[in-house]
Design a protein around this ligand. Structure first.
Ligand SMILES: Nc1ncnc2c1ncn2[C@@H]1O[C@H](COP(=O)(O)OP(=O)(O)OP(=O)(O)O)[C@@H](O)[C@H]1O
Length: 583
């Protein structure tokens, strides 16, 4: 919490200091008003000097005006600082999340990262704003009020001061219990976000399977959990306000009783008692503001700690100076460089969950520039995992992956990923035009985009749209068919003529004829691009230069189509089941 605040508020210290001074002067003006009133009642009115009455009346108007305007100016400055500082926090957090490895994303989960970016940054924003507004004003009014009451009548002031330790004790006790509760509440909100996200994204399948009631119950359960956590924290927090009021009102009774005796015995005056009552209200309000700040502070501390956890994550995808033990052996590097291999997997093993059985085991293959690798295998065989490792979404557990003879862990991530054009199955279509969905911020020319749409066999249906390339797509491509979506995604992957093209099960939504035409386009127009095609259909990869057959994370076949037909039983069976006589 402290780290976040000191780091992100540092650039605003000067503006905050000016705001503090303005707020300070405004609050002092507020404190002057009852004092002037008491002075007028006890000193000016009894001597009936009209000019002095007008003068001090004017002083009261000037003080009120200054108090209001200084407060407005300081509040505006505080809001600006709060939103700008939060903007920086949000930007840094977003950047961090964008560059997080998939291993971290698996650990912290997407819903939790989303609520850290939204609810948690909102809580911190609230706190920065309130701290500058009430956090300055309330203590000034509290301390200033006590000082003025001490000068007015020290005995009465002591009656007030006696109550303060009780108030501070209550606030500290309550916030000590509430901070962990707000942390728990945020965790429940993460869970809530996950359920809502699943339900909204999966609304069609929920309807199709008539699972509305089941999902309603699931939603109600997590909603109840959030409400229960909120109420638990709220119950504790609810102690503060009434306790402050009760203690302060008891003090007021004490002040009035003692005051009455003192006026009666000539030790004090009526005007002072009246001023005391006003100061009392000011002090009471200041205490209530401080107690409210404790609520916001409790939430914000929990949130700031959650944000800090992400910001402080060590980069587990750092670029390393490869790799002592391999340098000694140097075998694959020589082979990769001397024989001009583009992509090399060398004895690669990987497990998503450490300690558990490997999801990929001992995978090796060598591909030259412009060649095509087909990856075939049943569901869960590890096809997409090979792609994730090549893109360095995760780091290998054993072995290594080379591109142009360089271990990918030694290539800066941006440089590495700029080599790829990738289309995943069910990849994201953004709520934007077709043009921007293909371009994706890469400043491609319209010709390049048209060409990519042509190769991906998407040009025809795009031209039928009223606005052509400027046609707006709904989020996740809700206004496109499955095949149309897939073609836009393939066009996106092809558009920049990448060095390496990955089509991860992305032709499965295409009909056989379109799939065949796409392969034709790839072999005619992407001769220099190295292609990796993950597929369930043998027909999609049978022309490939190399084919890997995967089963439960292991390579059970490697070769060309005819070699695999001769040597690999599984491949032959898959081929026969899909293509019958053709196989
Ligand atoms: N993020 C993850 N965390 C833990 N395990 C995972 C994760 N992603 C995949 N797995 C597991 O790794 C194995 C291989 O998954 P992978 O996605 O590579 O299979 P696939 O061959 O691409 O399957 P499909 O054709 O069904 O997409 C599976 O057993 C899967 O359960």
């Amino acid at each position: 919490m402290q780290k976040i605040l000191s780091y992100y508020l540092k650039p605003y210290y000067f503006r905050m200091s000016i705001g503090f001074i303005i707020k300070f002067v405004g609050s002092i003006m507020d404190l002057c008003l009852p004092w002037i009133l008491a002075y007028m009642i006890d000193t000016i009115i009894p001597i009936q000097d009209k000019s002095k009455i007008y003068l001090w009346g004017l002083m009261m108007i000037v003080c009120s005006f200054l108090a209001v305007s200084f407060n407005i100016i300081a509040n505006r400055m505080a809001s600006k600082v709060a939103s700008e500082a939060t903007e920086h926090i949000r930007n840094d957090l977003f950047k961090k999340v964008m560059y997080l490895s998939d291993a971290y994303i698996d650990t912290y989960t997407k819903p939790s990262l989303m609520s850290r970016l939204t609810t948690d940054t909102y809580n911190v924003h609230q706190m920065i704003g309130r701290m500058q507004r009430l956090g300055v004003r309330a203590p000034i009014l509290l301390i200033g009020g006590i000082i003025v009451t001490l000068t007015l009548d020290p005995v009465l002031a002591c009656v007030l001061i006696i109550t303060l330790p009780f108030l501070v004790w209550i606030m500290l006790k309550v916030s000590k219990r509430s901070i962990p509760m707000y942390t728990q509440l945020q965790q429940s909100i993460d869970h809530f976000v996950r359920i809502v996200r699943e339900d909204i994204s999966g609304i069609r399948v929920i309807k199709a399977l008539s699972k509305e009631d089941y999902e309603k119950k699931r939603f109600e359960k997590i909603n109840d959990e959030v409400v229960a956590q909120e109420q638990k924290a709220g119950m504790i927090m609810a102690i503060i306000d009434p306790s402050v009021s009760v203690i302060m009102n008891l003090a007021l009774v004490g002040v009035l009783t003692v005051g009455a005796f003192r006026v009666d015995s000539g030790l004090s005056e009526v005007g002072k008692i009246l001023a005391f009552m006003t100061y009392f209200t000011i002090i009471l309000n200041a205490m209530i503001s401080i107690s409210k700040m404790f609520i916001i502070l409790s939430k914000a501390i929990a949130s700031a700690n959650r944000i800090d956890t992400i910001l402080a994550l060590e980069d587990d995808m750092e670029v390393i100076e490869i790799l002592k033990d391999y340098e000694d052996e140097n075998i694959a590097t020589d082979k990769a460089v001397n024989e001009g291999y583009h992509i090399v997997f060398e004895k690669v093993s990987f497990a998503y969950n450490q300690g558990e059985e490997e999801d990929l085991k001992d995978i090796s293959f060598y591909i030259k520039p412009g060649e095509t690798l087909g990856i075939l295998g049943g569901t869960g065989a590890g096809k997409s995992t090979i792609v994730s490792l090549l893109l360095r979404f995760y780091d290998v557990k054993e072995g290594r992956i080379l591109i142009d003879g360089r271990d990918i862990r030694s290539i800066p991530l941006q440089e590495l990923r700029s080599k790829f054009g990738v289309a995943f199955q069910n990849d994201m279509i953004f709520e934007d035009t077709i043009l921007e969905n293909v371009n994706l911020g890469r400043n491609l020319s319209e010709e390049e985009i048209q060409e990519a749409l042509l190769y991906a066999r998407a040009k025809e249906f795009v031209e039928q749209k009223t606005n052509n390339l400027e046609e707006a797509l709904d989020i996740k491509g809700a206004n496109l068919s499955g095949g149309q979506k897939q073609r836009i995604l393939i066009a996106r992957a092809l558009a920049a003529h990448p060095e390496i093209l990955i089509l991860d099960d992305s032709s499965s939504a295409l009909d056989y004829q379109t799939d065949a035409m796409l392969r034709q386009e790839l072999s005619s127009h992407f001769k220099r691009t190295t292609k990796i095609i993950v597929a369930q259909r043998v027909s999609s990869i049978m022309q490939a230069d190399h084919i890997i057959v995967l089963e439960e994370g292991r390579m059970i076949g490697y070769g060309r189509h005819d070699e695999l037909m001769a040597q690999c039983d599984s491949y032959r069976q898959i081929s026969a089941s899909q293509m019958g006589g053709v196989a």
